[in-house]
Design a protein around this ligand. Structure first.
Ligand code: A3P
Length: 348
């Protein structure tokens, strides 16, 4: 593991070039001592990653994490999508949104929210948007006015939090968790591209070699990725009614059966009539990589936090890692994963 960097090291970016998603200078007073007390390493994109409850978080993100732990209360019928970044969050948000709201938006070709709104805007990540303190201020969101929750319409939320860091109200309530994992080699390649893409032009790009070393040490946003997946894998084995554990590669291979399973798990099963009517297929078509990535909103729009929507769509392929990792890198990461997953029953 590389050395912990000095607390006095200045941000490498001049302040006028710092996009919203990189702003990190003002830690809210409520969390300042806590954040500064944590071990930290140089980040991939933001200046620092902080180690909290065994996982790494940027300075902005850790404040959202602490805020959720303190303030978020789940409702019994909440649906929470959990992923590590670059596991296919955008895709599964679109699928679950369409599935859960299909009676309100049955027409996937006209007037469907996904045609004009990025999935991350429709389904915000709790700690990165709703609970993210900004500019030294920390306003607790009023979720009841944002989501008009009722028995018929659950709140659909998302998070990248590891299981250990979920608030007790989420762990102990009957709310449902859908977890999506992805082959760590593809997650790494996707994350390396993504972070370089979000860097302002004036900043040097991360080399694949240095990023790979960090990733293997677990030092990546919400990493170590394998520990993240193992946490949810364990709970899904013990409480299958609580956590549905999905794999991006398996879903790409057999999307139809996975979406049906997902609908059943969430309590919105497709009727035979709906299935015969092509409703599952229509949702899948709406959410394909080609369809979503070619929409105007996803070609030209931005999130409120500043990221370009198109940054969330790269290639959308299974196994793209073969084009980037050397045989040595492959051997190294395979051996880490094998060692970590040994005896767990989990396979990527
Ligand atoms: P690649 O970088 O390998 O192409 P996340 O949504 O968690 O940030 O993950 C992003 C990854 O999912 C990217 O992978 C992206 O291209 C892929 N992706 C985005 N939308 C998708 C979709 N509709 N279907 C399949 N993959 C998608």
């Amino acid at each position: 593991m590389s050395a912990i960097i000095s607390k006095d090291e200045p941000s490498p970016l001049p302040s006028h070039l710092i996009p919203c998603y990189l702003q990190e200078n003002d830690i809210v007073p409520e969390f300042k001592n806590m954040v500064l007390s944590l071990p930290r390493e140089k980040g991939w994109l933001a200046s620092y990653l902080h180690l909290y409850q065994g996982f790494w978080h940027s300075t902005r993100q850790i404040q959202g994490v602490l805020s959720i732990q303190k303030h978020f209360k789940s409702l019994d019928n909440d649906i929470l999508l959990v992923t590590t970044p670059k596991s296919g969050t955008t895709w599964l948000k679109a699928i679950i949104f369409s599935l859960v709201n299909r009676s309100v938006f049955p027409d996937t070709k006209h007037n469907h929210p996904l045609l004009t709104t990025n999935p991350h805007t429709l389904v915000p990540i709790l700690e990165l948007s709703l609970y993210m303190p900004s500019k030294s201020k920390h306003v607790i969101p009023d979720l009841s006015s944002i989501f008009k929750a009722s028995v018929d319409s659950p709140r659909f939320l998302s998070t990248h939090l590891p299981y250990v860091s979920l608030p007790d109200s989420v762990k102990n309530s009957p709310c449902k968790l859908v977890y999506l994992c992805r082959n760590p080699k593809d997650v790494f390649v996707s994350l390396w591209h993504f972070t370089n893409r979000l860097k302002p032009e004036s900043c040097a790009q991360n080399t694949i070699e240095e990023s790979f070393e960090k990733f293997c040490e677990g030092v990546s946003s919400y990493g170590p990725v394998w520990d993240h997946s193992l946490g949810y894998w364990k709970v899904s084995s013990e409480r299958p009614e609580k956590v549905l554990f999905l794999n991006y590669d398996d879903m790409r291979k057999e999307p139809f059966s996975h979406v049906k399973k997902l609908a059943e798990f969430l309590g919105f099963p497709f009727s035979t009539e709906e299935e015969n009517n092509g409703d599952v297929t229509r949702i899948l078509e709406l959410c394909t990589f080609d369809n979503l990535s070619n929409l105007e909103v996803n070609r030209t729009g931005k999130l409120s936090s500043g990221e370009e929507n198109k940054a969330f769509f790269r290639r959308g392929e299974v196994g793209d890692w073969v084009n980037y990792l050397t045989p040595e890198m492959t051997k190294k990461i395979d051996s880490i994963v094998e060692q970590k997953l040994h005896g767990s029953g989990l396979k990527f």
